[in-house]
Design a protein around this ligand. Structure first.
Ligand code: FAD
Length: 408
């Protein structure tokens, strides 16, 4: 007889591990399957990603008992964000209008988040983790779903959660179509130290031909994010450290003084994805497998955390009432509560990226107008910054009201 679990989670990335953390101490038996090694989970290496967490995400991580496990000496405050357009004086400036909020968000190295999540989940009695194992397929069998491994072993579960990345193989095998957007760009990220203080201000400069962002880390250090066309990426990656330091110092017009690379340059091809539906029979998608965002708005993991929070809340309610945790109504409700916001964020972000990375003269004029209008029209700035912070995660926020009226 094949082994039976209540829930099988495919993928021990930040989304899968967050979902599992939410289910610690619940009366459910969970199996997590990860294709990489146990060392890559327990001692993840720096990967250049600085994750900007919203207030809602911070609240969820605290609730999960994960935030206290994050090395706080590596957490930096994001007090302000400025958006520049080329050499023009057009500028969009975001600050938190709420004096009770210390920052717009919190910047944490991705590997620290992953380490803390794994530490929390690996201590749980109701969660088993198998590594170096790959799931090949998932089949629906009425009372349960069958999880098939590449070595032909199988297990069964009342509910299967796929958190197997934006390139999710299982999403495709289960028959869920997705919209994929290849931006044909590469993001190069690296930590750099500098002479002047960043004053905890993030910068996004839509320079013509490239996009440059700076995320303030602890001390006089920042994460520099350079986005270039794919055919220019290798040149940037191969550039000597001295040339790279000079280029970035100049690109920031020397405002932070001389800048020096610390550690490696990492590269990420820019591909966004949105699944057409987040559910199938006894099956749900979470994290990047459901929606893989363009990182410019720093919302990938934030949406992943939000999605797992919605799903685990519904599962806990079902458990309290002795109901089936893989039922269709439960999964439909999860999708209904999550998919509208992700669609709006995904297509909205792609639209903004298209507007800000197109260097045709007419588009440049349009974006100057957009920036000016947004900077001088407080309601738009309020909507954006309250969404950035997600500090008041209530359903009566202006954005939630708009979302609730959407037809999809
Ligand atoms: C440069 C950059 C900056 C970013 N900045 C931010 C930010 O500021 N804020 C933010 O919120 N987000 C940010 N993100 C996005 C964030 O990193 C992702 O949303 C998040 O890591 C996705 O987590 P995940 O668990 O869904 O997927 P992944 O991290 O991709 O994990 C998937 C896991 O599944 C495993 N797996 C895959 N297939 C199988 C299989 N068949 N069987 C078993 N295991 C499998 C993989 O090995 C992997 O461990 C950024 C991303 C990038 C690239």
């Amino acid at each position: 007889m094949q082994k039976a679990y209540d829930i099988v989670i495919i993928g021990c990335g930040p989304a899968g591990l967050s979902f599992a953390s939410s289910m610690i101490d619940e009366n459910v038996k969970i199996l997590m399957v990860e294709k990489s090694s146990v060392e890559s989970l327990s001692t993840p290496m720096p990967d250049g990603r600085e994750i900007a967490l919203t207030h809602l995400s911070l609240k969820i991580l605290k609730k999960l008992g994960v935030w206290d496990l994050v090395d706080q000496s590596e957490v930096s405050l994001l007090r302000e964000a400025k958006v520049f357009d080329g050499d023009s004086p057009s500028l969009l400036n975001f600050k938190s209008d709420d004096s009770s909020i210390e920052a717009l968000g919190y910047l944490v190295p991705n590997y620290q988040v992953r380490k803390a999540l794994y530490q929390r989940v690996s201590q749980a009695d109701n969660i088993e983790i198998i590594t170096d194992a790959t799931v090949d397929n998932v089949e629906y069998c009425n009372e349960y779903s069958k999880v098939i491994f590449t070595d032909n072993n199988t297990v069964e579960a009342k509910l299967v959660i796929a958190a197997d990345s934006r390139f999710s193989n299982i999403r495709r095998k289960v028959g869920i179509p997705s919209l994929m957007k290849d931006f044909s760009k590469v993001m190069i990220v690296t930590k750099m130290t500098h002479e002047q203080s960043h004053n905890n201000i993030a910068l996004e400069c839509f320079d013509y031909g490239q996009t440059l962002a700076l995320l303030p880390m602890v001390g006089n250090a920042s994460s520099v994010v350079l986005t270039v066309k794919t055919d220019q990426a290798q040149k940037m990656l191969d550039m000597s450290e001295q040339d790279f330091n000079e280029k970035i110092t100049q690109d920031f017009k020397g405002e932070l003084g001389a800048m020096m690379q610390e550690g490696k340059r990492h590269s990420y091809p820019l591909v966004g994805v949105h699944a057409q539906t987040f559910i199938a029979d006894r099956f749900a998608l979470i994290g990047d497998a459901a929606v893989g965002m363009h990182p410019v708005t720093a919302h990938g993991f934030n949406l992943g955390l939000r999605g797992q929070d919605i799903l685990t809340t519904l599962i806990k309610e079902a458990l309290t009432h002795g109901q089936d945790i893989g039922s269709k109504p439960l999964l439909k409700l999860f999708e209904k509560k999550h998919i509208n916001l992700t669609r709006l964020m995904f297509f909205g972000t792609n639209g903004v990226v298209a507007l800000f990375t197109n260097d045709a003269p007419v588009v440049k004029q349009v974006r100057k107008m957009v920036l000016k209008f947004a900077e001088n029209f407080p309601p738009i700035k309020y909507l954006i910054s309250s969404h950035l912070t997600e500090a008041k995660a209530n359903t009566s926020s202006p954005l939630s009201k708009v979302l609730n009226k959407l037809p999809f």
